[in-house]
Design a protein around this ligand. Structure first.
Ligand SMILES: Cc1cc2nc3c(=O)[nH]c(=O)nc-3n(C[C@H](O)[C@H](O)[C@H](O)COP(=O)(O)O)c2cc1C
Length: 507
């Protein structure tokens, strides 16, 4: 078994949320890292924020459109003051203020960083810029035309005059808390960010292609990053069909990115995190090997057509984790269920499937509790037929569903619906080797974020969780372990937080 497969097995077989193989010792909260990445003294370009973004920019790639996308995906949209089942009133203390973003992140730690490779973008000198959300600016990492450096990262297909967004992870921002468990979390966080960016760019008429596979060391060197601290995880190629000459390799860069401010006195990324990441690195990018869709056999139930989801500029402000504020109440209608599932599995362009396709490294399973007209039980979602297939019978009611969740902030009896993201580990490993861990987890995170956004549009409450009991959840859906296993659980209910229960401060 490779290191990656061992890690997947540890996640699958763990007997506690953060079981022994994942954590050691208490978290040193007093020495926690800064939640933001700021490089003091760097050349920076201010970006519009908040009310300055009242008008949606014209369609197409422009600085205004990218500022809009970065704000909605990664900006500090509002201060968090909701009362829920996770936090207490300590958030009211100004010194501990916490800010909500458009994109979910495990533990609210936000380790994903966004970098723009700009080449000939009007109003912005060419270079590599970091989106510093704390100051709502672009901070420059490297000046000049840098896109030629990308040509060597995936066989010369980088184009002149094109812009790219590179998603990196700063490991310490997560692993100071989650330690060895953190690799699972950060790789899903990357997918959540991809989910928002694809949606918001799409609304701005900007097509985008996800690159999961690139020469990691070359890309990190082009950005002047030390892979042990901060690693590129995915690339978004913007407007991939718009002309532009194919670039020749720009050669290596000897420079280093300015070091970000570090609040922690002691930074100690666990050795396992470094080893896991090293195992996933590519120097050469083999041609894509697609995974064909697969579903277990079962009796099929057709779903209603998904409802069209209108675009809505308040959506990212509204999206939030329910954190237990769920009330099975009226349940989730079959139309709402159909809309959520279709949105979660919508096609997108990536470098692992030749044509735009829905997520392939993962599939969806649903446990319906309060969906009128649907018998209580487990189902597999078939995106091609837009139908459900029975996957497991109703569980023993005496066993109770709470056993599938380790934490205490969600009452599973109050969820109308569980949506489980099932990673096709064995097939993905056969297709993409060690890199498959990152691809499976990115698609799981993307589905989580797409579900959050669709739920917010439909007025449903939604919460993503990794704190579920994998063995119990896999058995609820009668999965064929170890070929596949659940890597994300979404808890959805028919009503948002009851009014009067939620305080809002959007200043
Ligand atoms: C990969 C991932 C794992 C998560 N795991 C849990 C979890 O186990 N339990 C939980 O209550 N929330 C979980 N969340 C939700 C985050 O805690 C939440 O997104 C974060 O605190 C920010 O809050 P917001 O989503 O309301 O903006 C997870 C989110 C992600 C993206």
């Amino acid at each position: 078994m490779s290191l990656i497969q061992q890690y997947q097995a540890s996640f699958r077989d763990r007997n506690a949320y953060l079981s022994q193989e994942f954590t050691s010792g208490p978290v040193d909260w007093d020495d926690a890292p800064f939640k933001h990445t700021v490089r003091p003294g760097t050349f920076e370009v201010p970006l519009p924020a908040g009310a300055q973004l009242a008008e949606r920019p014209a369609p197409g790639v422009s600085l205004a459109a990218l500022a809009w996308a970065l704000w909605h995906a990664n900006g500090l949209l509002r201060r968090k003051l909701d009362v829920d089942w996770t936090k207490s009133a300590s958030v009211l203390n100004h010194g501990r203020a916490s800010y909500a973003r458009g994109t979910a992140s495990g533990g609210g730690l936000y380790p994903v960083e966004l970098y723009l490779f700009a080449d000939g973008l009007a109003g912005l000198p060419s270079g590599i810029y970091h989106h510093c959300e704390a100051r709502s600016v672009l901070q420059r990492l490297r000046a000049g035309r840098c896109t030629p450096a990308l040509a060597a990262c995936w066989h010369g297909s980088a184009r002149a005059g094109a812009s790219y967004l590179v998603l990196t992870v700063r490991f310490w921002k997560n692993v100071f808390k989650y330690k060895n468990f953190g690799y699972q979390v950060v790789t899903e966080d990357v997918g959540a960010m991809l989910g928002t960016l694809l949606q918001v760019l799409g609304e701005l008429g900007i097509g985008a292609q996800v690159r999961y596979r690139f020469a990691d060391r070359r890309l990190a060197a082009a950005m002047g990053l030390d892979l042990d601290d901060e690693a590129p995880m995915a690339v978004l190629e913007l407007a991939p069909d718009s002309g532009g000459a194919v670039l020749a390799d720009g050669g290596a860069w000897q420079g280093r990115a300015a070091a970000p401010l570090e609040r922690s006195r002691r930074v100690a990324v666990p050795e396992l995190i470094r080893q896991l990441h090293a195992a996933t690195l590519l120097d050469d990018v083999p041609p894509p090997r697609a995974l064909e869709p697969w579903l277990p056999a079962g009796r099929r139930t057709a779903l209603p057509a998904p409802a069209p989801l209108a675009t809505d500029t308040e959506l990212f402000m509204r999206r939030r984790s329910s954190m237990g504020r769920q009330d099975a109440g009226a349940g989730v209608s079959p139309e709402q269920l159909a809309t959520l599932l279709a949105a979660a599995m919508a096609p997108y362009r990536s470098d692992v499937v030749a044509q735009p396709a829905g997520p392939r490294a993962v599939r969806l399973a649903v446990f319906a509790q309060h969906v009128p007209g649907l018998a209580v039980g487990a189902y597999a979602y078939d995106p091609a037929a837009h139908a459900l297939q029975e996957e497991g019978g109703a569980p023993d009611p005496a066993a109770g569903l709470q056993r599938i969740y380790y934490l205490e902030n969600y009452n599973i009896a109050e969820t109308a619906l569980l949506v489980a993201v099932v990673a096709r580990h064995e097939e993905a490993y056969a297709a993409w080797g060690e890199r498959s861990l990152r691809i499976c987890n990115a698609e799981a995170g993307m589905i989580a974020q797409r579900t959050y956004l669709a739920a917010a549009r439909l007025g449903l409450s939604c919460g993503a969780a990794l704190g579920f009991n994998c063995a119990e959840a896999d058995s609820l859906f009668q999965l064929q372990r170890p070929a596949e296993s659940i890597v994300m659980m979404l808890m959805i209910s028919g009503q948002g937080a009851p009014s009067g229960f939620t305080a809002r401060f959007d200043g």
